[in-house]
Design a protein around this ligand. Structure first.
Ligand code: ATP
Ligand code: MG
Length: 424
């Protein structure tokens, strides 16, 4: 092989376009209006129910999630993005919002207040198999009520979610509720359930056999079809609640009925996180295939203590933004109010203060940066702006511009100083 036989120009290898990693998604400009509508609607409804926003970090010490969500959950056991940072500390990207919010509630001293209502929003991270409605970075909007054990708080959180979905135009969602008891009644129930499951170990998946020993409630949550059929006759929690939990659950149901919020009791719903007590709930859709749950939550009366805070009961929920958006009609982007067509540098200078004034008056203005009048007019048409301001040389000489109504196809000449008034 001859050396340097082609020492002139080597062909440049094709540059591979950069790509996002699997399971994450961009929100492109055409999707942004839907996101904004969802976020704005949530903020409005949270405010109406007396919630304040809290923003917490997207990573925390790994131990926080292990202690709150539970070591034996799918989230902590399999799904967390955990890494050692440069100082050797184990950190995890948050897989959900509640743990961080409670950490902040304890650390900030908010726990000293009798009742605190908080909401949050932002990305969550779970290493799951990507598919429709299941991402590795996804977004939740969630809320927590801290300081009340009352079933009225549970009911109000549920009514809030119902109002929210109605405001988002989502009818056809189903609310499922359950009570998973407290530390009085759950241990007794767990013994009964374990007894049942031990007799059926041969029919259960490997995971469920293990969970029968470690966390039998989780078996009811298993997605394997045969596990579900073989546990159809299992003892269910609502039949094993202590009197206090049974009363609590009855008030929640009664209040939902009073508020006109429909629901069904799903006695096998246990939720995937260990910290729940009493009320557990899910909002589901039958239009999302396997990823049917759009929002979920429940009561967690021991979590604050468990994380080293004072004994403070709480209830909260989180909704999955991407899944909800799959159910919502696409909202078109709002077009600009005005498109400006400028003849050249002189027009730029003359119109500069006018453009600032128009935008200062709250109007959306679109424009090109140069190009022929004809090409700018073409873009004005495409932009969807109902009006167009055309600053040609003749008009500029008179200190005016042409204001064209793109819908009526009419136009008139307006002095530059009166453009803002003419647009109003
Ligand atoms: P699933 O059973 O579907 O895995 P989950 O019980 O793990 O849900 P939660 O931890 O309760 O979910 O989170 C609340 C909501 O967040 C879910 O109802 C769903 O809408 C959304 N969500 C959870 N995981 C994902 C994900 N990987 N991608 C997109 N959305 C998700
Ligand atoms: Mg999950």
């Amino acid at each position: 092989m001859s050396e340097r036989s082609q020492d002139d120009v080597q062909p440049t290898p094709p540059v591979q376009p950069v790509q996002a990693v699997r399971g994450v998604k961009d929100v492109l400009p055409d999707e942004a209006p839907n996101w904004q509508f969802l976020e704005k609607t949530c903020r409005e409804w949270f405010a109406r129910y007396g919630f304040d926003e809290i923003r917490v970090p997207i990573f925390e010490a790994t131990g926080l999630f292990a202690r709150s969500i539970g070591e034996d959950t799918d989230i902590v056991g399999k799904e967390m993005y955990t890494f050692d940072d440069k100082s050797g500390q184990s950190l995890s990207l948050r897989p959900e919002g509640t743990a961080g919010v409670i950490r902040a509630y304890i650390q900030s001293g908010l726990q000293r207040e009798a009742l605190v209502r908080l909401y949050y929003q932002g990305p969550m991270f779970r290493h799951e198999r990507p598919q429709a409605g299941r991402l590795r970075q996804f977004h939740q909007i969630g809320a927590e009520v801290l300081g009340s054990e009352s079933p009225l708080a549970d009911a109000e959180v549920l009514v809030l979610t119902a109002d929210l979905f109605q405001a988002l135009g989502l009818d056809g969602l189903q609310l499922e509720i359950n009570s998973i008891g407290c530390r009085e009644c759950r241990p007794r129930y767990t013994v009964a359930l374990r007894g049942f499951l031990e007799g059926r170990a041969a029919d259960l998946c490997e995971n469920c056999v293990r969970r029968t020993a470690t966390n039998p409630l989780r078996v009811l949550d298993c997605k394997v079809e045969t596990c579900r059929t073989h546990t159809a006759a299992a003892p269910f929690i609502p039949d094993h609640l202590c009197a206090a939990c049974a009363d609590h659950f009855a008030v929640v149901r009664g209040q939902l009925e009073a508020a006109g919020v429909g629901f069904v009791v799903n006695p096998r719903m246990v939720r995937g996180l260990d910290y729940y007590t009493r009320t557990a709930f899910e909002w589901t859709s039958d239009r999302l295939g396997a990823q049917s749950t759009v929002a979920a939550g429940g009561r967690y009366d021991r979590l604050v203590e468990q994380l080293g805070g004072q004994a403070r009961p709480g209830i909260g929920f989180a909704l999955g933004v991407e899944r909800l958006l799959l159910l919502m009609e696409t909202r078109p982007a709002t077009p600009p109010d005005l498109f400006v067509v400028l003849a050249g540098e002189g027009a730029e200078a003359a119109l500069a203060p006018v453009l600032r004034a128009v935008r200062g008056a709250g109007l959306k203005v679109d424009r090109a940066y140069g190009g022929s009048m004809k090409s700018q007019m073409k873009r004005a048409g495409k932009s969807g702006a109902p009006r167009c301001l055309i600053a040609g040389d003749d008009e500029l000489a008179r200190g005016t511009a042409v204001l064209r109504d793109m819908v009526a196809h009419s136009q008139r000449e307006v002095p530059l100083a009166e453009v803002v008034a003419a647009l109003k």
